[in-house]
Design a protein around this ligand. Sequence first.
Ligand code: NAD
Length: 411
Amino acid sequence: MKDSDFLSSTLGTIDRSCDMAKIDGRHCLILKSISRGLAVEYPLAHDDGSTSIVRAYRFQHNGARGPLKGGIRIAPGVTGAEVTALAMLMSLKSAVLGLPYGGAKGGIVADVNQLSRAELERLCRGYIRAVYPVIGPDTDIPAPDMNVSMEAMGWMLDEYETLAGRHVPAAVTGKPLVLGGSKGRVTAVAWGGIFVMEEVEHRQGEQYATYAVQGFGNVGGNMAMILHNKHKRVVAVSDSKGGIFNGHGLDIHAVSRHKEQTGSVVDFPGADNISNEDLLELGVDVLVPAAKEDQIGERNADRIKAKVVLCLANGPIDRKGSEMLAARGILVVPDILANGGGVAVSHFEWVEGREGLYWSGPEVSQKLKDLMKRAYRDVYDTSQEYHCDLYTAAYVLGVRNVVEAMKARSI
Ligand code: NAD
């Protein structure tokens, strides 16, 4: 799938959701438009004395529900179309979770593997200088996404505060604790997914034991670790270099050490190497795509064997793929619900930054649990109201809630 297909699939999903929710054509049109798209180019000084020009984006989708919010990803192939689609998903996600945010997304076209730590820091600081006019604690609040660490968010906050000439801890989220980060932010997406799965198990009257997790970064790595610690059987994990499988279950602590030492999960002793495609098609109870968009679509949906697909990545399944899985009775927990733990704890962090008061780890965990379970129930109730699957229901609820805010503003 090309990134423009990711955008057209997202637009198609919004169209269909508007139809189902009986949203008028005018509001649907607005929902399918971007309110501001900033493309920038800025110089990056390299350690060898050379300079290159970096292209980057900050796209803002719909601010009817509140300030815009969304992560920044760094990847060699990131494009404006991809960032547009991701910004739209952010608006709908915040609306599903009941958070007072609109959606935004940032992208920096760069390969983190080709940069030294000092170059990465300059890349992040340069990005903030370039997008400074359109971000801020009341306008658009960046957060981490692919290849952006907590340390990088610390550099970005520092650059923002240097430009602002004052402390503004609510200007970014996902920053280090010592700079006003929230307890539980690093593991928030994974824990959010766990809490949603508890509701799914309760509703389905079934306990799911075996898991395959695609992606071993912030989201997938933490998810695999939490599942392992909860004595679930994680039989397969993967990263960009490939996957590993052991039907008896993987020791995720040992896999994590192996990845630290070798740079990949591949060639882990005691497991078979498999491809990322193979991982998706394993006969597990729960498949967790936690790497990137466009992993399941028309080309492979008929080969997926999991009972549940928990979408922790953004956009891992396209509309056609989700329809094919639903037709085969496979329960798809959509991204805008399943991975909402990240923006939920980012919201706590933003509130903490504005108030100067911080919650303890157990308090954050309880608040996240309550929020995710309530969001699951809202999506479930919507699926009953519209006689549709969870994936469709989440998008219907998302567009309905954003349009309600637009109407309250007479937009
Ligand atoms: P990350 O950079 O920490 O990790 C990404 C992982 O995916 C790495 O292990 C990488 O090797 C792997 N990967 C990359 N390409 C792959 C491929 N083709 N096949 C298999 N694995 C591949 O990123 P992350 O923050 O964990 O984000 C992962 C997904 O979760 C993204 O879709 C992101 O948008 C989404 N997400 C992240 C957050 C967050 O707060 N970090 C919140 C919500 C959603």
